[in-house]
Write a protein that binds this ligand. Structure first.
Ligand code: KG4
Ligand code: ZN
Length: 337
């Protein structure tokens, strides 16, 4: 069995995965959403302190399995430095005291492997990753060979949902709130610009749309005076613009990439309106769409464990005395896989 730890942002999570058949033996996640909600986003120092309390409590519950561990895995990039360190400290300690190998997991590769929790890998694969930190289309050929085909120039999909909710004073995380309001809204009421619509670039950008949302909010008298119908209409119009942007750029990739299997992963892939649009796109292009069970879309240790099973088979281990967080200065474009 492999014990895996995830603490890259505001979820403390530990999983135990069987190496032989990928079966998830244990999985627990404590989300800190409530503690960060009043700040409209994640406060790194607070997140780190909460991990220091929650991770040991979860670890306590894994006691029955600790003697069966063959390896320990931990997310070491990308993420918040101070929160990654909490998971790394725990993983290092387990690896050294139990004298078992340590596996460092790239969080985005973990999201990709969330597709294969309790399943075999489907490769090669095209993946749209939409999370709180990233928007990317990735060609996945193997564990080691992943190529970024399109990436974000500024705000990610999840971030743009969070900021839209924040601008309307609706709390955090914004994704589920906006998706719910949009169900009761008129998506054609506000004509918001579809980002990079006339650009040949195969890339994502959402900061311009964020400004258009701000102007739309001001046009109805600002967040304080907003009626619920206005909130619903802005949410629906915003979500439609994000969808059109994602679909337009994905189409360009589909025209160049012949791989038949396509998947959407990451926290924002829980959005059913976006999923529906991809179902249509995939049937138009003769591709098979793969999605992640809703409970594993957002950050969790089960996906880190699933990746680690494959890394274990290939003996991709790291020295517990030298493992460290990997901080990337160019947050969006520079995330190498
Ligand atoms: O993958 P994730 O848990 O964390 C990162 O790796 O960043 O993604 C979190 C993001 C948040 O920005 C959240 O608002 C967004 O995923 N999200 C959604 C939905 N559920 C979560 N965005 C749009 N629609 C949703 N239903
Ligand atoms: Zn994530």
């Amino acid at each position: 069995m492999i014990l895996s730890i995830e603490s890259s942002c505001d979820d403390s999570s530990i999983a135990i995965t069987n190496i032989k058949d990928n079966k998830l033996i244990f999985h627990k996640k404590i989300s800190q959403e409530k503690q960060h909600a009043c700040y409209g986003g994640v406060v790194p120092e607070l997140a780190s302190r909460l991990h220091a309390i929650d991770l040991p409590n979860i670890l306590e519950e894994t006691k029955p399995y600790l003697d069966k561990l063959k390896a320990v895995a931990v997310t070491n990039q990308p993420g918040l430095g101070v929160t990654l360190l909490e998971g790394i400290a725990m993983a290092k300690t387990i690896a050294v005291t139990k004298e078992i190998p340590l596996i460092a997991v790239h969080h985005l590769k973990g999201h990709i492997y969330s597709l294969f929790i309790e399943k075999e890998e489907i490769l090669p694969l095209l993946v749209l990753l939409i999370s709180g930190g990233h928007t990317q289309i990735i060609r996945v050929e193997s564990l080691e060979k992943m190529t970024i085909l399109a990436t974000s120039m500024d705000d990610s999909v999840g971030e743009s949902f969070d900021k839209t909710a924040k601008m309307m004073g609706l709390g955090y995380p914004g994704g589920p709130i906006i998706e719910k309001l949009a169900l009761k809204g008129d998506e054609n009421r506000f004509v918001l610009p579809v980002p990079l619509r006339n650009s040949p670039l195969i890339a994502f950008s959402l900061s311009g749309l964020k400004n258009a949302v701000r102007l739309a909010i001001e046009s109805v008298g600002g967040a304080e005076k907003m009626s619920q119908q206005n909130q619903c209409d802005i949410s629906a119009s915003f979500q439609k613009a994000v969808k059109l942007h994602l679909i337009q750029k994905s189409k360009k990739v589909f025209k160049e990439e012949m791989i038949k299997d396509f998947a959407i992963v990451g926290g924002a892939s829980a959005n059913l309106y976006i999923r529906e649009a991809y179902e249509k796109l995939c049937s138009e292009f003769g591709k098979t769409l793969h999605t992640v069970p809703l409970e594993y879309c957002s950050d969790n240790a089960a996906m880190i464990g699933r990746y680690a099973v494959e890394a274990y088979k290939k003996k991709l281990f790291i020295d517990p005395y030298t493992i460290d967080i990997v901080v990337n200065k160019k947050r969006q474009q520079g995330v190498e896989l």
